[in-house]
Design a protein around this ligand. Structure first.
Ligand code: UDX
Length: 439
């Protein structure tokens, strides 16, 4: 099938490459010349494991091209995926859907044959129905352009895997033709048994926000329990393991620590609250305020625990921070808990040196007041405390004996509960974590 993917940010770039990998002819479209130039050479403008290889192999196979011309996309494709961003509106909890509206407004008059427009972005429920009417009113006479919604559940760091081997496919459709077109797009995934749920537009839109709200709730639940563990002298990691053995609960998303960040979970729960309020059911979504608040409190708590560990004040102390990305395997620092903690400690008068295997360039743009190091040893040189805030696998394998010779005082704070702190203590470090009494 001939497919266009409109918007080549994170979601769009991954989706374009994966649709080509499924055997379709794909044209990726973006207004940003720089992005299109990089993608045309097989380079994603961000770090995502496996993506560059997929881009290169599909460009070479002649199945994947990129352009800045929406008119070319309109001419080329039978099906248009819209993958533009829906960030949080400044000064509001709601999501900004103006980029999607702009795509519909610009694409519709260019369409010269019948086609299906499929939204993939995360939107407030009711957006798709509104966009369908808008699309219909803007297409030329005689052209039929249907609208469907097909939310994306991919995780950064595992985006290629999650797109090519999704847990489920959800499509919101209003016609048998749209249902058939989307089954054809995903035929290779349906053959291997991927669950395919065809439903109405509103349910498909909600499938995404509800999933993210649930995941955020699970994380904040265990983080609230972590506070109780700390106060009671219990251990949240062992507790989460025992909960996880219960098949009704499961261990995923029960890792207590610094909490969630990134471009999706925080903004999606806020947009859910805003939309529920517009729909007159604010009370039913009110608990998500609490989920958000528990999450924000984790960052303040990490600063408090670390200050405690260093003896009461950060003023003029050297602080090494391991991790700047909002989670491992990405260079994304949007709403990064690690970076926010680093900046808060800097604002208390410390000299803060940050290491991250991938995210330093993005972190420097966002927080230029911090110092950055390419090597862990350099970041830790002369440190009075080391804070482990993003759980890159290389940090788990650090040698505490070796690192002890670099620091001024051997104190380590584990904000992600994954370091083997027994080994660190055996090497002479004082340790502290989130969700356990001080060791
Ligand atoms: C999320 C959803 O998982 C994905 O389905 C959706 O498409 C986009 O939003 P992503 O933002 O890539 O994906 O990250 P995710 O892996 O969900 O992690 C989100 C945040 O939660 C990270 O900051 C992570 O560190 C944190 N987290 C995750 C925890 O604090 N504890 C956990 O147990 C799991």
């Amino acid at each position: 099938m001939r497919i266009s993917v409109i918007g080549t940010g994170y979601l769009g770039a991954v989706h374009a490459a994966c649709m080509a990998e499924l055997g379709h002819e794909v044209l990726g479209v973006d207004t940003d010349d720089g992005k299109i130039a990089a993608l045309s050479e097989g380079r994603a403008p961000f770090f995502e494991p496996g993506l560059d290889d997929l881009l290169i192999s599909n460009i070479r196979a002649g199945r994947l091209c990129f352009t800045t011309s929406l008119a070319d996309a309109a001419l080329f494709a039978d099906l248009h995926f819209v993958c533009v961003g829906t960030p949080q509106l400044p000064g509001s909890l709601g999501a900004d859907v103006s980029s999607i509206e702009a795509v519909i407004d610009r694409l519709a008059p260019e369409l010269t044959r019948d086609c299906l427009v499929v939204g993939k972005s995360t939107v407030p429920v009711g957006t798709a129905r509104r966009l369908a009417a808008r699309l219909n009113s803007l297409t030329l006479d005689g052209i039929v352009a249907g609208l469907a919604w097909n939310p994306e559940f991919l995780r950064e760091g595992f985006a290629v895997h999650d797109t090519l081997r999704p847990d489920r496919l959800v499509v919101g459709v209003t016609s048998a033709e749209a249902d058939a077109a989307l089954r054809a797009v995903y035929a290779p995934l349906l053959t291997v048994g991927t669950p395919f749920i065809a439903t109405d537009l509103a349910t498909a839109e909600l499938a995404k926000v509800a999933a993210n709200a649930f995941l955020a709730t699970k994380i904040s639940f265990i983080n609230a329990v972590a506070d109780v563990c700390e106060a009671a002298g219990a251990d949240v990691v062992t507790l989460a393991d025992t909960l996880g053995h219960d098949k009704r609960i499961g261990r995923h998303f029960l890792s207590a620590g610094l909490g969630f960040g990134g471009g999706c979970l925080p903004k999606d729960i806020r947009a859910f609250v805003a939309r529920a309020s517009e729909l007159g059911v604010a009370d039913s979504a009110r608990f998500l305020h609490e989920i958000d608040e528990i999450n924000n409190a984790r960052r303040r708590h990490a600063v408090d625990l670390s200050r405690d560990l260093i003896g009461g004040s950060f003023a003029d102390r050297n602080v090494a921070i391991l991790g700047a990305a909002f989670k491992p395997n990405t260079d994304d620092v949007r709403d990064s808990p690690a970076l926010e903690v680093a900046a808060a400690i800097r604002s208390e008068g410390a000299l803060v040196r940050v290491h991250d295997p991938r995210a330093i360039d993005n972190a420097r743009l966002k927080r230029p007041e911090l110092d950055y190091c390419d090597e862990v040893d350099k970041a830790c040189e002369g440190a009075d405390i080391v804070l482990h805030l993003t759980e890159w696998s290389e940090y788990r394998n650090l040698d505490p004996v070796h690192l002890r010779s670099a620091v001024r005082a051997a104190r380590i704070f584990d904000g992600r509960n994954v370091l083997p702190l027994g080994r660190w203590r055996a090497a002479g470090w004082t340790t502290r974590s989130m969700g356990a009494a001080p060791a």
